[in-house]
Design a protein. Sequence first.
Length: 543
Amino acid sequence: MQPTDPTPDTTFLEIFDKNPVAIVVSNTAGQIIFANVQSHRLLGYEMGELVGVGIEQLTPEHLRGGHVHSRAAFNRHPSTRSMAGRELTARRKDGGLFPVEIGLVPLTLGGDTLILASIVELTELKRLEEETKRRAHEVTLLYRLGLALAGGEDLYHALRAFANELKQIISLDAFHIGLYDSETDIFSYSLFLNLDEDVQPPSRKLREKPGLAAEVISGRKTIYLEDINDPQVRRDHHILMIIEAPVRSYLGIPLVLEDRVIGVMSVQSLKPGAYTQEQIRLLETIATQVSITVEKSRLLEQLQRELAERRLLIEELENKNAELERFTYTVSHDLKSPLVTISGFLEFLEQSAAAGDMERFKKDKKRIQDAVNRMQAMLSELLELSRVGRILNEPEVISFEGLAREALELVRGRVDERGIIVYIQPNLPSVRVDKPRLIEVMQNLLDNAAKYMGGQGKPHIEVGHQGVEDDRPIFFVRDNGMGIPPEHHERIFGLFNKLDPASEGTGIGLALVKRIVELHGGRIWIESEAGNGSTFYFTLPHG
């Protein structure tokens, strides 16, 4: 006997269909009876193709048996559940698997129990986590190398130990450090590790036996050969085998001290095409440290600077990790709120329909629609926030006064509606910035000032310049509106933080402003007191 498939009210199904989150509704038998547009896109199905499909079809094959038991347990005790923090995986139509976060909401329609599942893809978040771990490992390796060199250990033993650690993140079958004396033309190896063996090849004159080392030194640039067995590579380069080994990938980096090439650092692998551009940049950083260490008279001063830079990198990485944790928590918390609203009012919607109370039905429907619209706005602005720092227009030198006036025209409606006088100082310094992004900054700050003007009888906004910080001009947007108590000055730059929950907007505007200003190497802060207006200060690079 086929399970009865209740037909949900088309009104709220249309609402789900417009939801940016993938939503799938199934019956207790695990058969999908509704799937919105986003779920078809996410799971790789043609529109309407998911209806009638068993819900287990969307899970990895090896987990389907367990999912049947989990679904049966849920049917016995249905309740709203969020499975945040669990390692869940969904299966696309083509068999591809990807990480997801799932929320379950039981529905009762016509006496039947349905299960609404919201599906959020976590691929990008997982990628960011892996990227953070990889960068943390690289920074740690660089920091350890700096500590080893600073500890008075000789170059050979420091690099010998470091080469073993380097194997953890790159393919490394040979690691060579060769030093070159331009006066005698002698090239000698300080370190030569070949297939885990220490070797001491004899020195040689590069004019007599040049090899790839001479090519790196004369060209003063990194050479990367993805496969030294390639006939074309053999024709284009003079390859000299110091020790016979079946290496395929060759990477040679010049060791440069001041204006001189003093040697070559070479990394090789038995695999062809072994190194990525990121790994090459990491090794170039290591080569720089090696070059500096060779100059004994400058060792202490240089190492102190390098260690300070490493500490800054580690601090920056810790800050980024903390920011990622805050971002993940905030998004998880605030995006659930509209779903909870939808879930709560669905039952009221059913009661209103059953009672024929269309007035209440319309009100409940509007609240659900408002929750959907809020989630749409939050997701759109989160997407915009995530793009800052990854998509950047070419910086250009522009007049800040012109930029401010252009942004003012974008908020002219709100400004004129409230009778606000806006004064922009003349002859403001020029800046070198990403113009579209800075227009977003000024638009948000001007709109924010106008929005929170309160009951001010003579509303006024001023845009100007006041002093310099670290060779960067300090600009400001000042208003005589409601003002902000000092205890909220840091909080207003966070995600979804609004001092007035009833005000329009999602609370992402100032977080976006802060991100854009910092992307330009500047900083932003506020001076304000309740009832005495607010002044937002920020620095930008001079044009």
